[in-house]
Design a protein around this ligand. Structure first.
Ligand code: GDP
Ligand code: IMO
Ligand code: MG
Length: 434
């Protein structure tokens, strides 16, 4: 049975949580494979509205196993808070499994994230401040502390001392900051280990065995491909491999790339970005304000799930999106927030870039080039009709169908799923993904 990856195709917040919540119905295992609590996934279903940072969006189905993979950077205090918050709302978390190989976000990672951002001044990345970048730096520098270490003080104490000693030298020597105290950190992490121990396991077996038994497995991505460390708008990216390239998904849960059958890219019907960095189709006019504040009265405008920051808004960028389709090896698209365009008299799609008087159709690697290019737009008529109650492709207004067909052509990938609202049932399934 297939292992399906759900990956963000743009700069994050495309609606991955919402799509995973829908697709999880058929899966046996739902696993997060990357990033940390810089992610914020919103799910609206019959249990209510939820914002998840670390727990996979399959958690609302009590019979599903939900895995936090080795590729995830785990802040244990945040995870425990999330588990307790879910339990308080009657959600069963007993089938949650946390990889013993996952890296831990430590208090000094959060301090370093903030100090590093402050020191960058005008060129700050605009991180979420959750310590994710420094955590991955320590992972690569082989100074990281893993979930398994929480369970053995004889491992945890020397590893924490080594990592904190280095961090304190950077905090005080490079940034002139206050050193962090070992004893209070150790007590907190020792306690986290005791409370998380029922969830900790070797997750490779969980994912692989379900696959071998012929059960569906869903791998939930975080962030967006254009924030990818390798393929994104470097240096304005995150510090992990959020995207996809199915390799990123495979490595983050401990399977091989040939185990993955399908990669579904989630794209908004327009674009958003939080944080700094190039955004070729960014809008600064009334259209941006209208799209940002759609649903604001219900707390559903374009404001960051994790940080509350207003999201930057732009038209759909087909050049960037096609680039993302290609390096992700996408087999299908899930197009979200179509309903947000319901009141737009005309809709634009960027089909090319103009650079120094020439038209280019590839996505430039340099952020300085991306800052200079001018988007070339194609304008399509809007449909000016509500789509939130539509459940079949043929019932969509003709202009909406034409928009979707054009997206498929430009992105060179079929749209298998269309989302017309935040709730689980507000979807048009064109081709079943499982
Ligand atoms: P994620 O990080 O990719 O999971 O996305 P976020 O949850 O951060 O942001 C997506 C927002 O769009 C959330 O508020 C969702 O509830 C909402 N959403 C998802 N799909 C749709 C849709 O089709 N229409 C509308 N109006 N809202 C949607
Ligand atoms: P989900 O999973 C949108 C952005 C930050 C910043 C950059 C680096 O909800 O789509 P970091 O804290 O990761 O070092 O910040 O990445 N970013 C996201 N933007 N959605 C996310 O996650 C994001 N996770 C990180 O805003 O620009
Ligand atoms: Mg989000």
């Amino acid at each position: 049975m297939p292992i399906v990856v759900v990956v963000g195709g743009q700069w994050g917040d495309e609606g991955k949580g919402r799509i995973v919540d829908l697709l999880a119905r058929k899966a046996k295992v739902v696993a997060r494979y990357s990033a940390g609590n810089n992610a914020g996934h919103t799910i609206v279903n019959e249990r209510g509205e939820f914002k998840l940072n670390l727990v996979p969006a399959g958690i609302f189905y009590p019979e599903k196993t939900c895995v936090i993979g080795n590729g995830v950077a785990v802040d244990p205090g945040v995870l425990l808070g999330e588990i307790e918050g879910l339990q308080a709302k009657g959600i069963d978390t007993s089938k949650l499994v946390l990889s013993d190989r996952a890296q831990l976000v430590m208090p000094w990672h959060i301090a370093l994230d903030k100090l590093d951002e402050a020191s960058r001044g005008a060129t700050a990345i605009g991180t979420t401040g959750k310590g994710i970048g420094p955590c991955f730096v320590d992972k690569v520098a082989r100074r990281g502390i893993r979930v398994a270490d929480l369970l053995r003080p004889e491992d945890l104490i020397p590893r924490m001392k080594n990592s904190l000693d280095y961090a304190n030298r950077v905090i005080t020597g490079v940034y002139g900051g206050e050193p962090i105290d070992f004893d209070s950190c150790y007590q907190a992490y020792h306690d986290y280990g005791l409370r998380l121990s029922p969830y900790i396991a070797d997750v490779q077996g969980v994912v692989f065995d379900a696959h071998r038994r012929g059960e569906y497995v869903l791998l939930e991505g975080a962030q967006g491909s254009l924030l990818d460390l390798d393929h994104g708008t470097y240096p304005y990216v995150t510090s992990s491999v959020p995207s996809s390239s199915s390799g990123g998904a495979a490595i983050g849960v401990g399977i091989g790339p040939t185990d993955i059958q399908r990669v579904v890219g989630v794209f908004k019907s327009y674009c958003t970005r939080v944080g700094n960095g190039p955004f070729p189709t960014e809008l600064f006019d009334d259209v941006a304000a209208t799209l940002r504040d759609h649903g604001k009265e219900f707390g559903r405008g374009e404001y960051g799930t994790t940080t509350g920051r207003p999201r930057r808004i732009g038209w759909l960028d087909a050049v960037a999106a096609r680039y993302s389709v290609r390096f992700n090896g996408l087999s299908a698209l899930a197009l979200t927030r179509l309903d947000v365009l319901d009141n737009m008299p005309t809709i634009k799609i960027c089909t090319g870039y103009e650079l120094d008087g020439k038209i280019i159709s590839s996505f430039p690697s340099r952020e300085s080039t991306l800052e200079r290019i001018k988007p070339i737009y194609e304008e399509l008529p809007g449909w000016m009709t509500p789509t939130t109650e539509v459940r079949t492709f043929d019932d969509l207004p003709p202009q909406a169908r034409a928009f979707i067909k054009r997206v498929e052509e430009l992105l060179e990938c079929p749209v298998d799923l269309i989302s017309v609202g935040p709730s689980r049932e507000q979807a048009v399934i064109v081709n079943p993904i499982f």
